[in-house]
Design a protein around this ligand. Sequence first.
Ligand code: B12
Ligand code: SF4
Length: 504
Amino acid sequence: MPKKYRVLLIYPPSKTQLHRSCPMGILLLAAILEKAGYEVHILDANAARNRRDTEDIAQIATELKPDIIGITLLTPMIREAYKLVSRLKGIGAELIAGGPHATIMPDEVIAHGFDAVVIGEGEATVEESIKALLGLMPKDDVLGWVYKDDHGQAVHTKPRPLITNLDDLPLPARHLVEPSDYGNSHNPELHMNIFSSRGCPAKCAYCAGGLFGKKFRFRSAQNILQEIQHIYSTYGTRRFHFVDDSMTIDKDRVVQICDGIKQSNLPITFSLMTRIDTVNEDLLKTLASAGCIRIDYGVESGYPETLKRCHKPHTVEMVKRLIPLTAKFGIKTYVFFILGFPWEDLEATQATLNLMKELSPYVERFHQAIASILIPFPGTEIYEKYKKEFDFENWWLSDDQAYDAPGIKSHSFFESEVFWAGDVLKANFFHYDDDMKQKIYEIFKFMYIYNLKRHNIFMKYMFRMSIEFSQKIYWISPGMESILFTPIVYFLQQCRGWNNGFNV
Ligand code: B12
Ligand code: SF4
């Protein structure tokens, strides 16, 4: 019997990242590799209830003795991932990377110790690349990867065409992860991520999501329904979240998916994220009738000039029409904004706050996301245009600007609750002055206080008082703040069943 090779797929640790379901990328790769006869293990270091640090991972890998270790690379977590690689070097496995950062910066990744990088979409390349690393096929015969040759040089092979029929992909290997690792006491009905399409034809200046190309490709409604049915009957999951770049580009297709969900009579609800310009009243009606309970929209700015300069395919007027319309159909709207574009002054930023206030009667939640302050991700137009002017080239490798470096900075309770993006402001990519920083603080505080609406009056008051108090004490004495608030942080973590990575 031929040797059964062992593969360990790792999603590396982040200080700010937390997963309430396992990332789709490694689940899909695991499914491909299992089908091909490999023994596959998954280690998601950011699973909400089972977080792992670099030392834990190194220990697990040492005990498992895999032949191949595959790692997903995102830019903010890259320094920790490179540390992990140097810890893993000794165990004798071939190290292969994939994901957004690996795709954009393959030479840097090879220079930091990886043996190979898969570019872009991984499913069609991963098996061949592993075979080549194991010496079972010539390395130059593999399309769409970069490997390290005998002299330590990165060799790029020809690009691999995108997968044409997404229905050919296997179901993600969800059986390889423990559902309880993702439990969340807020929401006992765990949601599962699912994708229905890939690619987005828009060209937003700050978007680092070009991994799946500009061409919109999609799975058939029937194929998606089979997966939903399978998840429901295997895990009893009733809540689904679509992680497509822009799910509603082809409205007829969404109508087919919705019709299928209705006909299946499954007691499920779902959410999705999509583009403002691809949704209309008829579609909202159809989505609501099929069980869509939430849509995440990237509104980004209330300053028309910013939308134009970012090549956003929507206008402020479209936003003002669509958000109330979405609420009218009983669908909760979650909205994303981005503050701090290099051309924005206080007035422009105020325009965004004004839009937030105007929309607030119809918004369920303002996402206080890390990327709510502009981050110049490599490969984006913003990065290329401004890297020299603001001197942030390769910021992800620097001590001052790599904002996701675990354990190097302390945080107040205020920061852990209100201002998750605090370290992005400390990185200060676009050299904001004090007034601009204050404005950004003000907007984050507005979002936080607004989002407290889900609590009763007493809890709202307690949270508001606590963050004000924390902020004031921290200015006087960070040490004192930490003594007073650490027990509160731990208490909240216990109640919520997860922590957001701060203050621990
Ligand atoms: C869902 C999602 C999240 C979820 C993840 C939930 C979960 N449980 O998975 C949440 C909300 C937690 C999240 C958080 C963040 N995210 Co996010 N996220 C996404 C999103 C929308 C979809 C990811 C996904 O599931 N894709 C589908 C799967 C199938 O694709 P995939 O994971 O890329 O995997 C494929 C390939 O990359 C490759 N591959 C991946 N891993 C590996 C490993 C190996 C060994 C190989 C060979 C191949 C390979 O093969 C896979 C199959 O084709 C993407 C956008 C996008 N289009 O991908 C952004 C995206 C990945 N996120 C991004 C970012 C930046 C973040 C944050 C880091 C935010 C921030 N600004 O700091 C945070 C994390 C916080 C932190 N400090 O690190 C960026 C990454 C950019 C970059 N250069 O790193 C993206 C591209 C969004 C964007 N347009 O800018 N995210
Ligand atoms: S619409 Fe969204 S996914 Fe498409 S390019 Fe813009 S930010 Fe990226």
